[in-house]
Design a protein around this ligand. Structure first.
Ligand SMILES: NC(=O)C1=CN([C@@H]2O[C@H](COP(=O)(O)OP(=O)(O)OC[C@H]3O[C@@H](n4cnc5c(N)ncnc54)[C@H](O)[C@@H]3O)[C@@H](O)[C@H]2O)C=CC1
Ligand SMILES: O=C(O)[C@@H]1CCC=N1
Length: 270
């Protein structure tokens, strides 16, 4: 049985733990507080605050702490502990080059899932190469779909797909509020809008052409849709969404540079 360590059992770490447990992996989750460790135990995994112990007893190591907490995590481990392990980071921005600087002798990958892993519908990007590639792919396939991508696209993937569920949730909330403002009960609007979203995704996928074609099929001359679209245009919704993804992507790159600098300083003293 593959032994998996999840270092950092927060929002995404908990989803990784649940999925791994449900598929029969032996899992140890780490955390810094009693509340986190209790939650890990409730999910059916072993729990420890000692990352070094979790790494040493596992074959596949997943790093799911915030990028800013990664240098601290590294400081709490010894250089040799990473050797021969298969390591996957799900941290935004942190580059393979940075990870390899610390993890001599390890086979290192990056993955960028999203919170839809909670319902086994993550869309996960994977990058990296070498020993353990199949193990990594099998693990993330259990959370939804996987795409092997060039690391150059990882930051924009993080913005579009990693952060995406937050952006889409915000848009859905706004649409629901629009219906509430027009007198519809909130619960009815929310349930209906989720159905509409699932239907639109399926429709767009089956249509195969450009989404603007589906949009044009909805518009009736002098009807309701064109009135709504005109407001979207006036308020700059499209430009705002383009900038949303660009800005989030730039932040991922920025995080990568900052963490690389901190890790470089640390490795000199390590
Ligand atoms: N939340 C999301 O939807 C996604 C998050 N990510 C990435 O996953 C990582 C975690 O994000 P979240 O789960 O949202 O954050 P979170 O804050 O919910 O979880 C991080 C956990 O790590 C723990 N932690 C911090 N330092 C630690 C240490 N030295 N040892 C053990 N545990 C430690 C924290 O106490 C916390 O429980 C980030 O790097 C983020 O970029 C990636 C894809 C999606
Ligand atoms: O907000 C963040 O930085 C992380 C990366 C993708 C989703 N959450």
């Amino acid at each position: 049985m593959v032994k998996v360590a999840i270092l950092g059992s927060g929002n995404i770490g908990s989803s990784l733990i649940s999925s791994a447990i449900s598929r029969g992996y032996e899992v140890i989750g780490t955390g810094r507080t009693d509340v986190t460790l209790r939650r890990v135990l409730e999910l059916g995994a072993k729990a420890t605050s000692n990352n070094q112990e979790a790494i040493s007893t596992s074959d596949l190591i997943l790093i799911s702490v915030k990028p800013q907490h990664f240098p601290d995590l590294v400081r709490g481990t010894t250089r040799n502990i990473w050797r021969d392990k298969v390591v996957v980071s799900v941290m935004a921005g942190v580059r393979l080059e940075t990870l390899k600087r610390i993890m001599e002798g390890a086979s290192v990958f990056r993955a960028m899932p999203n919170i839809n892993a909670t319902v086994k519908m993550s869309t996960t990007a994977l990058t990296g190469d070498g020993r353990g590639k199949e193990l990594v792919e099998t693990f993330f396939k259990g959370l939804g779909s996987t795409y092997w991508i060039n690391e150059d696209f990882m930051d924009v993937w993080t913005a579009l797909i990693g952060s995406g569920p937050a952006f889409v949730s915000e848009i859905i909330d706004s649409l629901v509020l629009g219906a509430v403002a027009s007198g519809m009960p909130r619960e009815l609007a929310y349930s209906a809008v989720l159905d509409m979203l699932e239907g639109t995704a399926r429709n767009l996928r089956s249509h195969k052409g450009h989404p603007a074609e589906v949009r044009d099929n909805v518009i009736t001359p002098a009807g309701t849709t064109i009135r709504g679209l005109k407001v979207m245009e006036e308020k700059g919704v499209k430009a705002a969404l383009i900038e949303t993804v660009e800005s989030a992507s730039k932040r991922a790159s920025e995080l990568g540079r900052v963490i690389d600098g901190r890790i470089k300083e640390d490795t000199e003293r390590w």
